[in-house]
Ligand binder design. Structure first.
Ligand code: PYC
Length: 338
């Protein structure tokens, strides 16, 4: 019989939950955060399940584990824990975790106004603005993001034939723009978009073998972005992101916004430094920009996008995981679906 306890800061980024574990997590070994992420997945994935899935979490939960900096220049490191697994990068969770770590006094940045974070996908450089003792906003520059394929023809079980762009912003996103067979996300319920999002992931993965041109270990589609008209004219576009088989992002999605910024830049719809206000399912916004352009080792043109958003602390928690209890390591209803 074993018992564990974990302390977390709870909050949200533009409506999307972030549970940042600040005590109780195991030390990880590895030369990079990606090696440490793999060590976590190999030996400690039960912690992710216990803290993200029911009964301590839910199907839309998302979180991080805060670790000390790994590289010399960094101020902190993160492992991302999601209902679907351990992503190499999560934008809303980065904005939340940077805000929480600063507000709770858990990090003292080497250079005021800037936080450098080691994450499995690479190194993030973030700038933040304070409003008294609160972090008013965080703007992080993401890993190189790019449009990999344009107008792939996908046969979707509900919509029929759709033209889909496939872009990378730390995760791969099939981006479904408004078109004759898809009138926009605002015409459908979140539950419909979730169900059809799962089908879209399957359809894309069975149509093409998606792999990062510089790192074939990053492969396959686990997200979908449905786009549509914004609610208000202070935003440029709206998007509902489905992650894994159960999560509907309440924020505009940080890696999704990066992918869409890269897609729009490649299509000539966005210029360098132009502001792109991306609205979520619930009306919250991230601001995306192309900070600069770059090229992948494989020669593909890419951009370095930034994403800016706000996060709020809602509490602190202590979770117990007692292996003698039923469902100690969490469950998801999907695991019981016929
Ligand atoms: O903000 O990057 C993001 C994200 C990924 C999955 C859910 N949110």
């Amino acid at each position: 019989m074993s018992k564990h306890s974990f302390t977390s800061i709870e909050g949200h980024t533009e409506g999307m939950p972030v549970r940042m574990v600040i005590a109780g997590a195991p030390e990880l070994v590895g030369a990079t955060m990606d090696e440490r992420r793999r060590a976590f997945v190999g030996d400690h994935d039960w912690i992710r399940r216990a803290l993200m899935l029911e009964p301590r979490g839910h199907s839309h939960m998302s979180g991080t584990i805060l670790y000390p900096p790994l590289s010399e220049d960094a101020d902190m490191s993160l492992v991302f824990i999601e209902t679907s697994g351990c992503l190499p990068m999560c934008g809303h969770a980065s904005i939340g975790s940077i805000s929480f770590a600063l507000e709770a006094g858990l990090i003292q940045p080497k250079s005021a106004g800037t936080v450098v974070v080691d994450v499995p996908a690479g190194t993030l450089h973030a700038r933040y603005l304070m409003d008294g003792d609160r972090v008013a906003s965080v703007r992080f520059t993401n890993v190189p993001s790019f449009l990999l394929h344009r107008d792939i023809e996908i046969e979707h079980p509900y919509f029929g034939r759709l033209a889909v762009d496939l872009a990378y912003g730390g995760n791969f996103y099939p981006i479904v723009e408004v078109q004759p067979n898809f009138p926009g996300c605002e015409h459908f319920s979140p539950e419909q978009l979730l169900e059809w999002g799962r089908q879209m992931q399957t359809a894309v993965n069975s149509t093409i073998d998606v792999a990062h041109p510089d790192n074939p270990d990053i492969r396959g589609v686990k997200h979908v972005m449905w786009t549509g008209a914004p609610f208000s004219n202070d935003a440029d576009a709206r998007a509902v992101v489905i992650a894994g088989d159960s999560l509907i992002d309440r924020s505009p999605c940080g890696t999704g916004t990066s992918a869409r910024v890269a897609q729009r830049y490649a299509r000539g719809l966005l210029t360098e430094r132009q502001v792109f206000r991306h609205q979520s399912l619930i009306g919250s916004c991230f601001t995306g920009r192309v900070e600069s352009t770059t090229r992948l080792n494989s020669g593909l043109d890419a951009v370095l996008p930034s994403v800016e958003g706000r996060a709020w602390i809602t509490g602190r928690s202590e979770y117990y995981v007692d292996n003698s209890q039923p469902y100690a390591h969490g469950f998801s209803l999907q695991e019981y679906a016929n």
